[in-house]
Design a protein around this ligand. Structure first.
Ligand code: FAD
Length: 466
């Protein structure tokens, strides 16, 4: 059996574990990175962010091509068709290039050892890895758990039927289903539901809460719901899922809505009802690490209840985003290297939901700010009047900038517009550096771009305040 002794053991090679291992090893620390899968990249690369956005890109191009007449382009070839095998091939080639590059970068760092296999703690100083090359015993000074999350199981009769899929399984599908019932109207359900609808599936979304996308500014989520329904997606909110049954080759999802039993049926059912921290088989019972269903408990410097074990990313619970896992990892690496460190704060996190139009989120919503007792105003801008949105023929959307009334500091930016994803960098900088409405108004934004909406909106709000 191979035995390794190391300063830092990192378990999990996703957007949390990989940058942490590379940053600490690049600075000369002895690091072992263990990954249970066959490549580096984690859920984000193999089953999440990257493949789903490759599909979204194809779906959006198809949608744009079908709409091209509005831009003055005649489609002489007839109906636009999406070649699913070509999309899958493109996905495989991007995934393989990215994981190969990550492994090559890791292998260049002499003090980093990468091993494939499943790690389990024997105690707070020792772990065992079972992998394709046999068992490896690892003795460590510090360990970081970055094992991510897995799809939460839907607990209703029929959830085990074949054709009832998790997001991982739908992303691996070998064909575009004719119809899909999506159970769960959170970010993953909305993204996958809408992109498969654009690719030609008939889609229904069933959500237990009264609104889609519960954590999003409600004005934006309600507007998106209307747009989705206009595109032909059935959306039912405030419903309770009862059971799933086979019916003539289709799946029937029975649910109750206002006390009445209803059903939606489709070729496949996608269940996206949240994600659970991946703690199974980690041997946490052999350590003092504490965890609950929402994730491993960590303090503000990401240390668990076991003093030489830390945790980053999805395994620590919400928010579950790749950039959040990486931000935590980079902060922890900096702390391990003895550098001055500020750990990421949830209220400064940014997020994008790749719906159509996209939703970008940074900082507090109006509701969340008011719940915290803050006296806030909201500057609102309708993209129907925006030059860039009109040029792109994507004029549906709304920008809401939340600011403190006392000193006009920007504390939240929420945008629903196609292109919102690329607006969030400026928004994140604005919120994290506490800019004022006047800073946004004074900034010279290039024309015609969507970024102008920040300046125009801030200026408009300032005019109403003076
Ligand atoms: C469909 C979908 C779409 C998404 N889209 C986005 C998006 O657009 N943007 C975004 O920011 N986020 C997105 N996410 C979320 C994102 O994928 C996660 O937040 C991110 O991957 C978390 O990183 P992590 O390093 O914490 O965990 P993971 O990426 O899950 O990595 C954990 C790794 O640990 C390994 N592991 C587990 N147990 C062990 C063990 N015992 N020993 C060794 N290795 C182990 C796993 O194999 C895995 O590779 C999406 C998720 C899904 C499911």
């Amino acid at each position: 059996m191979e035995t390794l002794t190391t300063e830092i053991l990192v378990i999990g090679g996703g957007p949390g574990g990989t940058p942490l291992a590379m940053a600490t090893a690049s600075a000369g620390r002895q690091v072992v990175l263990v990954e249970a899968g066959s490549g580096l990249g984690g859920t984000c690369l193999f089953h999440g962010c990257v493949p789903s956005k490759i599909f979204r890109e194809a779906a959006f191009f198809k949608y744009r091509a079908e709409k091209s007449a509005t831009l003055g382009i005649q489609d002489l070839s007839g109906k636009v068709k999406l070649d699913w095998n070509a999309v899958l091939k493109r996905k495989e080639s991007i995934l393989s290039a990215r994981s190969t590059a990550a492994l090559a970068n890791g292998n260049k760092i002499s003090s980093l050892k990468i091993r494939f296999g499943t790690a389990r703690f024997l105690n707070a100083q020792k772990a065992i890895v079972e992998g394709p090359q046999g068992s490896i015993k690892i003795e460590f000074e510090k360990a970081v758990i970055a094992t991510g999350s897995v799809s939460r199981k839907l607990d209703v009769p029929g959830a085990q039927l074949s054709g009832v899929l998790t997001s991982e399984q739908l992303i691996a599908t070998d064909h575009i289903p004719r119809s899909i019932v999506v159970i769960g109207g959170g970010p993953i359900g909305v993204e996958l539901g809408q992109m498969f609808s654009m690719m030609g599936s008939r889609v229904s979304i069933l959500e237990a809460l009264p609104e889609l996308l519960a954590s999003v500014d409600q004005k934006l989520s309600s507007r998106l719901k209307i747009l989705m329904e206009r595109e032909g997606i059935t959306v039912r909110t405030g419903v309770q899922i009862e059971r799933i049954e086979e019916h003539q080759g289709l799946k029937r999802v029975f649910y109750s809505e206002a006390g009445k039993e209803c059903f939606e049926e489709a070729e496949v059912v996608l269940t996206v009802v949240g994600r659970s921290p991946q703690v199974d088989s980690l041997g946490l019972e052999n350590t003092q690490v504490r965890y609950a269903s929402r994730g491993i408990e960590v303090d503000e410097s990401l240390r668990t209840a076991e003093k030489n074990i830390w945790a980053v990313g999805d395994v620590t619970g919400q928010p579950m985003f790749a950039h959040w896992a990486t931000a935590q990892a980079q902060a922890l690496a900096s702390a391990f290297l003895g550098r001055p460190t500020t750990f990421p704060r949830k209220e400064l996190n940014s997020a994008v939901i790749f719906s159509h139009p996209e939703i970008g989120i940074v900082g507090l919503t109006e509701d969340a700010a008011r719940k915290q007792g803050l006296d806030v105003g909201v500057a609102e801008y309708n993209y129907a009047v925006d030059a860039r949105a009109q040029i792109a023929d994507e004029p549906e959307g709304l920008l809401r900038i939340v600011y403190r009334r006392d000193d006009l500091t920007v504390i939240g930016v929420h945008a629903l517009v196609e292109g919102a994803a690329d607006l969030m960098g400026e928004a994140a900088l604005a919120v994290s550096t506490k800019v004022k409405l006047s800073d946004l108004a004074r900034t010279i934004h290039p024309h015609p771009t969507l970024t102008e909406s920040f300046g125009v909106n801030a200026l408009g709000a300032l005019r109403t305040l003076t």
